[in-house]
Design a protein around this ligand. Structure first.
Ligand SMILES: Nc1ncnc2c1ncn2[C@@H]1O[C@H](COP(=O)(O)OP(=O)(O)OP(=O)(O)O)[C@@H](O)[C@H]1O
Ligand SMILES: C[C@@](O)(CCO)CC(=O)[O-]
Ligand SMILES: [Mg+2]
Length: 328
């Protein structure tokens, strides 16, 4: 027998990075999903196939319950970076089901680009925990899965993660996260357009960069606090369905993220292309450094402008995903 679960990626309307320091954020799930299939094994080993990984797709087999690492001809840090989230998700599932020696064959398929700000790590963690616990006959509700997936991000990102990505992926829709207070939001239709520069980043490293800046400069702390104020104002605009104001606040949020050092030339170029194309607003999404921007536009202008921008390798519309985690 095997069990498959899937979970969506996300874009941030507002609040990434600042949310790590207790400010509120509003991420929104999008119709791009990671799907994890697990099959319980008779032994305690893990066999992981992840064709979408940038290591060119390969399969490794190793024991998850000892110090043994995969026997492949690739530097260990790369393997650990690549499999950290899967490893930690399986550890959470073993703990939840009280089955420390459970072994699995794991297969991951995803249409969320990796390390590009669309929450691929959270979606893999959420879907992985859901599939592995269901396979062990232990049914967790979406909030329990979210909390365990947060522990995965927290562990892999060396203690520097918020609950935002994982709660959003587990629950679907738009959500509001502030510290450990997490709730779903009713929103108007949000016409998201995503531009992707084809590059990837490491979220843990970008979060560390912001933390260093905060340690060094008081005004970096002020910038984080300003993002929190902006999010609170954005909530009123969301309640009023005021898309023009949401767009203005997204532009403001991008500027504040750039001040924290997490934008980059290609992200800025895509943000300006989106604005020139008629977007109500545009900002980077997720950890930044490269990857994706998100814009708000119900017309065709933004997507067309992005597709004509040399820095943009892909532009697509991203529908809000109503479904969070799903055991298929
Ligand atoms: N399809 C996949 N197969 C296996 N592992 C994946 C897959 N997608 C993501 N991952 C894991 O997630 C990591 C990327 O996570 P990271 O947090 O750096 O970026 P992200 O979640 O895509 O972006 P952000 O955190 O900014 O939203 C990959 O290195 C890998 O460990
Ligand atoms: C940068 C960050 O705020 C969002 C990454 O998608 C990190 C986090 O919340 O864990
Ligand atoms: Mg991530």
């Amino acid at each position: 027998m095997s069990t498959t679960a899937s979970a969506p990626g996300k874009v941030y309307l507002f609040g990434e990075h600042a949310v790590v320091y207790g400010e509120p954020a509003v991420p929104c799930a999008i119709e791009r999903r990671a799907s994890v299939t697990v099959e319980a094994r008779a032994d305690d080993r893990l066999r992981v196939s992840a064709d979408d990984l940038s290591l060119d797709g390969f399969t490794v087999e190793y024991s998850g319950s000892s110090d043994e690492r995969p026997d492949v001809d690739v530097p260990t840090p790369l393997i650990e970076a690549a499999f950290g989230y899967v490893d930690a998700a399986v550890a959470q599932a073993r703990d939840a089901a009280d089955a420390p020696d459970a072994g699995f064959n794991v297969e991951i398929e995803s249409d969320i680009p990796l390390g590009a700000g669309l929450g691929s790590s959270a979606a893999v963690a959420v879907a992985g925990i859901a599939a592995a616990t269901a396979e062990l006959g232990c049914d967790l509700d979406a909030r329990e899965i979210a909390e365990r997936a947060y522990q995965v991000e927290y562990d892999v990102q060396a203690g520097q993660a918020s609950r935002a990505d994982t709660f959003c992926s587990a629950m679907g829709g738009a959500v509001r996260v502030e510290g450990d207070e997490c709730r779903t939001l009713d929103t108007p239709d949000l016409p998201f357009v995503v531009g992707y520069d084809g590059t990837s980043h490491d979220t843990g490293e970008l979060v560390s960069g912001v933390r260093k800046l905060k340690d060094e400069y008081d005004f970096a702390n002020d910038t984080v606090a300003a993002i929190g104020d902006l999010v609170r104002q954005g909530e009123d605009a969301l309640t009023d369905g005021d898309l023009a104001e949401l767009g203005r606040l997204m532009n403001f949020n991008h500027g504040l993220l750039a001040a924290l050092g997490v934008s980059g030339r290609s992200l800025d170029n895509m943000v300006w292309a989106a604005r020139d194309g008629g977007a109500l607003g545009a900002k980077l999404t997720g950890a930044g450094g490269g990857g994706c921007i998100v814009a708000l536009d119900s017309e065709r202008g933004t997507k067309t402008a992005l597709s004509l921008t040399p820095d943009c390798t892909r532009a697509f519309r991203a529908e809000l995903a109503q479904d969070g985690v799903r055991v298929e």
